[in-house]
Design a binder for this molecule. Structure first.
Ligand SMILES: [Zn+2]
Length: 136
């Protein structure tokens, strides 16, 4: 098996598990938290995004039910990704998420839910959106 990966290439796990499923995965991999071979691609994993994997652990004794594996540095443009930059801001203490986005309890109408589902196609684009060019 080819052990090489370059920025922008399909991650190995997507070749190993070509489909996302809601049920048990026939080719699970080892969970980084509990150590069981119970991890599969999450149903929310987006194939179009090569720098981010969304994972699900099927072990009922493991609390790591949903995980994100994100490439923070790849020698290409990973550090320009919106999600990577947000993590850096959080780590540096420069972004207080609770102040910027206060927790709220929201109830959705059917029209809101349809709108949310229709917007899912933009998720990858939002994740990967790069910073605007710096003006001199
Ligand atoms: Zn686990």
């Amino acid at each position: 098996m080819n052990k090489k990966w370059e920025a922008g290439a399909t991650p190995w796990l997507r070749r190993h598990q070509p489909e996302t499923t809601w049920s048990a995965e026939p080719s699970p991999v080892q969970c980084m938290f509990c150590g069981e071979n119970t991890v599969k691609r999450s149903a929310s994993d987006r194939e179009q995004d090569p720098g981010r994997l969304e994972l699900h652990c099927h072990n009922q004794l493991c609390d790591a039910h949903e995980m994100v594996l994100l490439v923070k540095r790849d020698g290409a443009g990973a550090d320009c990704r919106a999600d990577v930059r947000a993590l850096h801001l959080l780590d540096e203490g420069a972004l207080d998420v609770h102040a910027a986005f206060p927790p709220e309890t929201k109830s959705y109408s059917m029209a809101n839910l349809i709108e949310l589902v229709a917007d899912r196609g933009n998720v990858v684009e939002r994740r990967m959106r790069k910073a605007p060019p710096v003006k001199n």
